[in-house]
Design a protein around this ligand. Structure first.
Ligand SMILES: *[C@@H]1O[C@H](CO)[C@@H](O)[C@H](O)[C@H]1NC(C)=O
Ligand SMILES: *[C@@H]1O[C@H](CO)[C@@H](O)[C@H](O)[C@H]1NC(C)=O
Ligand SMILES: *[C@@H]1O[C@H](CO)[C@@H](O)[C@H](O)[C@H]1NC(C)=O
Ligand SMILES: *[C@@H]1O[C@H](CO)[C@@H](O)[C@H](O)[C@H]1NC(C)=O
Ligand SMILES: *[C@@H]1O[C@H](CO)[C@@H](O)[C@H](O)[C@H]1NC(C)=O
Length: 653
């Protein structure tokens, strides 16, 4: 990009004088032709033979609406960074075995998946790129980026060279890597490095044969740029092949100690924190994380002074749209009872917020010996508070099941959502699964007992009426309806009743994104750990109804009626009428209890009364001039209005 183009495309206050004197990143590193890529063959990095300090910011294209990419990338460059880093999520790009989506592939996330456009935009905005294609990415993203259909395999050992697993990786990499290959730096593109796997040396039992097989896939698919591995320092060099890979580290604190140790492990090579944790993510029900700006500045200064290269993780945190948040299991690893679900916002208290605002953190410029032209900071994207809308229409959950069941599967026993033969036999990856038993004769004081753990939460309805408790505090997670209890019971009724329908509505609240390998056996969702009983009598012959809240299905819902009750699970409908250009906003979910929100059919994400996130980011590009249909699936009790906020809302109640 030349100065004039930069000037025109920014169309805001630009310091033209600096433009006259300084080259862009690409002018600096590619003038006179490209003969070599990123080299870590000496104690400092070179790119095309010229010294480079990699100052990178993480922005995950699959967490940022496509129309915001350019703005986010401009801001990264304007902050003085020369590189953007992103993971690549396998689960989104291969939604069914052998079926791919790299933009417009027909999935609800299709608009986020134009990976080539993202790479091209980064280059247009004068940024180099570091790619982290996994296959495992962690990223606090659903299942660490693994496709859920892999769970249908009886024999699979994730992150090893076991054939079922490695063959699936190979099929995907043979599609993905040829797409990326032309975007390599030495071929005139922006990509200077590829990370292989993710914190693999930090896993309990890393297997170098697996790393070797991944290495071969990269090479055979024409990848020639620098290969990188990364771990927290404790991972040592257990997950890397030092002859062919450069090893970087991840940390949030103590840069000097970390780099001293890296230097001991890997002398005569440059230093880089490929994840310097510029903040942290949040879990539902916990307190919102905030980073002290002083600590942040102090750590950044230590990194730059050392001197070392750095990738700010995250620079632009953004959003886990839909059901795509990850989860952690922090205790009782084996029995799946310690689930902590990551919030919809992946704000990370990062230098750029979810909506692209700068936080108070500023980056230190003076340490980069290479001076390049830096565009001015783009204007902030303006947000509005739309007027509150009174809710007038609803669709009772029972009517959803009666009239809109997308599938109805007969099954003798309860089974997990992944094993349903839906979606071209790739199973159900996300959402809710309803286990329905019809024509039951309930004796007085009948007790329902669910064997094993519920994965992850459950509501129980008798003839469409909620009989399990509503959520009031985090203490309720110890009671019926949540994953912690093993063999949980609930009294359904006091009076005897004939011909009733019982529904157990089980929610997938986030798939584990990290932890020990054997835990991946425990990411099945729904009821699958045992049987379900009524007064000690096993229930058989279920009707199973998966509810994925996909866009086409949400848009097909029609039978809206006036509000008859705001108690119990129900869908609520409002029409947000916008007369001028739509603007970014937040839905303020403070007065709701638990559920999800869709806008024009697209699933924005989850909300929870316990916080810490109450504001649900609603970017302008999901809205249009005219009518915008907002549908909220509330589990327990709805307020009378849908409200908006200009800013994120954090807290606990
Ligand atoms: C780094 O060294 C390796 C091994 O000697 C060599 O193959 C590679 O071309 C070098 N890379 C660069 C960019 O100079
Ligand atoms: C590149 O960096 C090294 C290490 O800091 C330094 O010794 C060398 O002079 C630099 N080269 C140029 C051309 O600036
Ligand atoms: C269904 O799956 C098969 C095999 O994985 C695939 O070839 C086919 O394209 C899929 N069909 C659709 C409609 O996605
Ligand atoms: C749950 O029930 C199973 C058998 O149905 C039993 O083996 C297990 O010990 C029970 N767990 C608890 C905590 O009661
Ligand atoms: C997880 O799966 C692996 C491979 O199928 C198996 O060897 C292991 O025993 C399983 N672990 C648990 C806790 O079930």
């Amino acid at each position: 990009m030349n100065c004039l183009v930069a000037f025109l495309s920014l169309s805001i206050l630009l310091a033209v004088s600096s433009c006259d004197t300084l080259p862009t990143v690409y002018e600096y590193y590619t003038s006179g032709g490209i003969s070599s890529g990123l080299s870590a063959n000496q104690s400092y990095f070179t790119l095309n033979g010229r010294n480079i300090s990699i100052y990178s910011g993480a922005l995950h294209y699959f967490r940022v609406p496509r129309a915001h990419w350019r703005d986010g990338l401009k801001k990264i460059r304007a902050a003085g960074l020369n590189t953007v880093e992103t993971y690549i999520p396998w689960n989104l790009h291969e939604p069914q075995p052998g079926v791919y989506d790299f933009g417009d592939g027909g999935t609800d996330m299709e608009d986020f998946l134009h990976l080539e456009e993202f790479l091209q935009t980064a280059q247009d905005e004068d940024l180099l790129v570091i790619l982290r294609p996994g296959p495992y990415i962690c990223a606090e993203f659903s299942f660490g980026g693994f496709p859920v259909w892999l769970l249908r395999e009886k024999e699979i050992r994730f992150r090893t060279s076991q054939p079922t697993y490695i063959n699936a990786v190979e099929r995907y990499f043979n599609i993905l890597l040829p797409i990326l290959s032309p975007y390599q730096f030495t071929k005139g593109g922006p990509v200077i490095a590829f990370q292989v796997e993710n914190e693999y040396g930090y896993s309990p039992d890393p297997e170098l044969e697996y790393v070797k097989e991944l290495y071969e896939m990269f090479v055979e698919n024409g990848i020639v740029e620098q290969l990188v591995t990364s771990d927290p320092i404790m991972g040592g060099l257990r997950g890397t092949l030092p002859d062919v890979m450069y090893h970087a580290i991840n940390f949030g604190d103590s840069p000097d100690e970390n780099f001293d140790q890296l230097l001991e492990m890997q002398p005569d090579k440059p230093l880089m924190a490929i994840e310097f944790w510029a903040g942290w993510f949040d879990f539902w029900g916990a307190t919102h994380y905030t980073e002290s700006p002083e600590d942040f500045r102090d750590n950044v200064e230590k990194i730059l002074k050392y001197p070392a290269s750095v990738n700010f993780y995250m620079f632009y945190g953004a959003t886990n749209f839909g059901f795509l948040n990850g989860a952690a299991y922090d205790n009782h690893l084996i029995d799946n009872s310690g689930l902590k679900s990551v919030t919809t916002s992946y704000n990370f208290d990062s230098p750029l917020t979810e909506a692209g605002d700068y936080t108070q953190k500023e980056l230190l410029q003076q340490y980069n010996p290479v001076k390049t032209y830096r565009p001015d900071v783009p204007e902030l994207v303006p947000r509005v508070v739309y007027p509150s809308i009174k809710i007038q229409n609803q669709l009772l959950f029972n009517d959803v099941l009666e009239y809109y069941s997308p599938y109805s599967i007969e099954s003798e026993n309860v089974i997990s959502m992944e094993l349903l033969d839906i979606n071209n036999k790739s199973g159900q990856a996300h959402g809710y699964i309803v286990y329905r038993k019809e024509n039951v004769e309930l004796r007085a004081n009948t007790v329902l007992m669910i064997e094993g753990h519920i994965c992850d939460t459950a509501m129980v309805l008798v003839d469409g009426v909620l009989v399990s408790p509503s959520l009031k505090s985090t203490d309720d997670f110890d009671g019926f309806g949540y994953w912690r209890l093993e063999n949980s019971s609930l009294e359904l009724n006091t009076e005897a009743k004939n011909g009733v329908t019982i529904d157990i509505v089980v929610e997938e609240w986030g798939r584990m994104n990290g932890g020990q390998l054997e835990q991946y056996n425990h990411t099945h969702k729904g009821l699958w750990q045992g049987d379900v009983y009524l007064n000690d009598e096993k229930i058989v012959n279920w009707k199973i109804i998966p509810l994925e809240f996909k866009k086409d299905w949400v848009n097909s819902l029609e039978m809206w009626s006036y509000i008859s009750t705001n108690d119990g699970p129900s869908l609520y409908y409002v029409d947000l009428e916008i007369s001028d250009e739509p603007r970014d906003t937040y839905l303020d979910m403070t007065n709701w209890i638990k559920g999800i929100v869709t806008v024009n059919g697209f699933n924005l994400g989850r909300y929870l009364k316990l916080g810490p996130q109450f504001g649900l980011y609603l970017p302008a590009e999901f809205l249009k001039q005219g009518h915008n249909i907002i549908i909220i699936f509330e589990h327990f009790k709805a307020p009378s209005e849908v409200s908006f906020s200009a800013d994120p809302v954090w807290g606990n109640q």
